[in-house]
Ligand binder design. Structure first.
Ligand code: ADP
Length: 247
C-alpha cells in the first residue's frame, strides 16, 4: 500500500510539473504574440490612415517580436529535448579558450561600459565536447553577466584544471542573486522578480538549458553570488582522454 501511495504521489507530481510547464509556455508565447497581433491588426484597419513613419515603427516592432518569439520557441524545444534526454551530443576536440574569445568579441560589440577579461593558461587542455552546446553555455552565461550588471564593471571568463576536469568561470560585478532565490535559478522559467532585475527581458530558460547541456556532457554547473556585489558561475567538464582511458 505504501508503495502504491508513493507511485501515485510521483505520478501526481509529474502531472503537476507538466501542467505547470504548459501554462508557463503558453504565457511566455502569448506575450509577444499579442503585441504582433496588435500591430498587424492596427495596420490592417481600413478606417485609419497611418503615416509612413508610424507604419515603419509598427513593422519594426512586428519584426523584433517575431525574432523574440522564434528564439523563445527554439529555447522551449531545446529545453524539452534536454529534459527528455533526447539531445544528440556530437563531441569533437575543443579549444574552450577560442570559444570564449569569440563570445567576448560578440558581447563587447554591444556593451559599452563592461570590461572583458579572458584568462586561460597556455597549457589549457583540449576537451571532448559538442561545440554548439558549449558555445551556447558560455554565451548564455556571458550575456547574463552583461544583462545583470547594469552599471558595467569587469566580466571575466577564465579556465583552470583541477584533477581530471576543467573548470570554466564567468564572473561579473553585477546585481548578484539574493539568497532567497539562489535555490531556484536553474529551474525552467524562473526569473528573479526584484527591482534590480526589473526592466531586463528574458524567458528564464537560459540557465536550465546551460545545466542540461553541461549534465549531458558529464559535467556540473554551480555558482556563488552576493546581492549587490556580483556573481560567478562555474562549470566543469571531464578532460579529453580521461573518459577514453576509463572505458
Ligand atoms: P533569463 O536571463 O532569461 O531571465 P536565465 O535562466 O538565464 O533566464 O536566468 C534566470 C534568472 O537568474 C534571471 O532572470 C536572473 O534573475 C538570474 N541571473 C542569472 N544570471 C545572473 C547573473 N549573472 N547575475 C544576477 N542574476 C542572474
Amino acid at each position: 500500500l505504501a508503495q502504491e501511495a508513493d507511485e501515485a504521489r510521483a505520478l501526481h507530481e509529474a502531472d503537476r510539473l507538466r501542467s505547470e510547464f504548459v501554462s508557463s509556455v503558453s504565457h511566455e508565447l502569448r506575450t509577444p504574440l499579442t503585441i504582433i497581433k496588435g500591430y498587424a491588426t492596427s495596420l490592417l484597419r481600413k478606417n485609419v490612415e497611418w503615416d509612413e513613419a508610424t507604419k515603419l515603427e509598427f513593422l519594426k516592432s512586428i519584426d523584433e517580436k517575431t525574432d523574440e518569439l522564434r528564439d523563445l520557441i527554439d529555447k522551449i524545444l531545446l529545453s524539452a529535448k534536454l529534459e527528455a534526454g533526447a539531445l544528440k551530443i556530437e563531441k569533437e576536440p575543443l579549444l574552450i579558450a577560442q570559444i570564449a574569445r569569440k563570445v567576448v568579441e560578440d558581447n563587447a560589440r554591444w556593451s559599452q561600459n563592461h570590461h572583458f577579461r579572458l584568462e586561460f593558461p597556455a597549457s589549457f587542455p583540449v576537451v571532448e565536447a559538442d561545440p554548439r552546446c558549449i558555445e551556447q553555455v558560455i554565451r548564455n552565461l556571458a550575456e547574463n553577466a552583461v544583462k545583470y550588471s547594469p552599471n558595467g564593471g569587469e566580466i571575466s571568463i577564465s579556465g583552470e584544471v583541477k584533477g581530471d576536469e576543467i573548470i570554466v568561470t564567468v564572473k561579473d560585478q553585477g546585481v548578484g542573486i539574493p539568497v532567497q532565490y539562489q535555490g531556484k535559478i536553474f529551474e525552467r522559467f524562473f526569473r528573479v522578480g526584484s527591482p534590480l532585475t526589473r526592466g531586463t527581458s528574458g524567458s528564464g530558460l537560459g540557465l536550465s538549458i546551460c545545466k542540461g547541456n553541461i549534465k549531458a556532457h558529464g559535467g556540473r554547473i554551480w555558482f556563488e553570488s552576493e546581492a549587490g556585489k556580483g556573481t560567478a558561475f562555474h562549470f566543469s567538464l571531464p578532460v579529453a582522454g580521461v573518459e577514453m582511458d576509463e572505458l
